[in-house]
Design a protein around this ligand. Sequence first.
Ligand SMILES: Nc1ncnc2c1ncn2[C@@H]1O[C@H](COP(=O)(O)OP(=O)(O)OP(=O)(O)O)[C@@H](O)[C@H]1O
Ligand SMILES: [Mg+2]
Length: 460
Amino acid sequence: MAVIVVVDDEPLQRDILKTILDDDGHETHSAASGEEALDTTKKFHPDVILTDLRMEGMDGVELMEHAKAENPALTFIVMTAHGSVGSAVEAMKKGAFDYLQKPLEKDKLLITVRRAIQHAELLKENRHLHKELFDRFSMEGIAGKSQGMREALGIMKKVSNSPATVLIAGESGTGKELIARAIHYNSLRRTKPFIALNCSAIPENLFESELFGYEPGAFTGASTRKIGLFEAANHGTLFLDEIGDMPLMMQSKLLRVLQDKEIRRLGGKEPIAINVRIISATNKDLEKELIRNSFREDLYYRLRVVTIQLPSLRERKEDIPELVDFFMTRYNKEFGKRIKGVHDSALRALSEYAWPGNIRQLESVIERAVILSDHENIRLDDIKSELRTSLQTDAFNLELTDEGINFEELEKALLRKAMAKSNGVVARAAKLLGMSYKTFWYRWEKINSGPSQKHPSDEQ
Ligand SMILES: Nc1ncnc2c1ncn2[C@@H]1O[C@H](COP(=O)(O)OP(=O)(O)OP(=O)(O)O)[C@@H](O)[C@H]1O
Ligand SMILES: [Mg+2]
């Protein structure tokens, strides 16, 4: 069932249309002129308007232009006299969905109207989705009022409506992708695509075809044309995540696209103009990569015209209560729970924790607690195990960089720490590291590999 407005200056035509459409289950209103149709539209909010083209006063095209200025999603079918298809084509160029020729055939009429209704529904759904996305990635979707967060949001607001390339830097889980999306959905490009590519997830030999697409026959196996991400994101935003992992060969190609603002599909001859805003993100220190020559300096400066540095959660613990509240509300809604708050002791534990996984980790702790908790408030018991297991795995806050880790040095440091903590009592030190006395002693001797190591006196 849809709401339809029928516009025709011939009373008989209006009545026939109304009867057919009402019979098909719709709610039909008729109007005798363009002017009247505008009023009817305001009153009944139709999905589809079926209008004659040639009328006294405001004609069909004028009606369409006026009505669409108010509501661009209104779907129009225009009706034209036999032999004047030209005017119908003109109307379609101006935004009509379809046209019908008079005298109308009932079947053709019903099929066209049904298609128009479908189209109107899709448009509505699309708008609804856009609104949902917009809500999620609007400023309201970003929690935190700490100094670091306010600075980041301040830059974000300023940069949203400019075409500037933005580099977002921050540890894993600090909200880089969230900010990238928020920039897009707060920019004039918001109704155009936002496309994300994780540069660390793409094999080096697929980068080009992924970004630029290809023509049939460009290489063995390329049987059809494929549009690349640059084209798919045209007029929108391309988010290059983990840009530090982009291979050097690809970096120079990206640089060329940024300079020339055009691409060529693999195997394609014609350049294709590209208007894409690039936002990139990194959890590496790109300046270090420059020194190591694994990132191009010229590209770096192009990408970081504006830089947003996201603070780690450790550096903005004052945001924790607000974030906890934010995620509690989100997951209460999602799982139909009614958890009211967080117990003091639990909040204290959350505030004292080091959060190596930053906001993503906090979010999953709260999600889990909301699902599992049977109490009105989240208690320490509901989150303790989560915090402990992650504490253990991240106990040393180790980051395995490309430089690697010197395992022997690490072992040495650990054994010494254990020994110091247990005041030289080997049995106790061994226990701290979960080793047998013998294993510990063997390793201890090895790291101190002096020949005259005396057996400690506490041996039992
Ligand atoms: N300030 C914030 N307010 C609310 N939610 C946030 C905030 N920052 C991050 N989040 C949420 O935390 C999760 C992780 O964020 P996101 O994926 O943007 O991080 P990231 O920096 O891209 O992480 P990674 O480097 O691991 O890819 C997401 O679910 C995001 O919605
Ligand atoms: Mg990310």
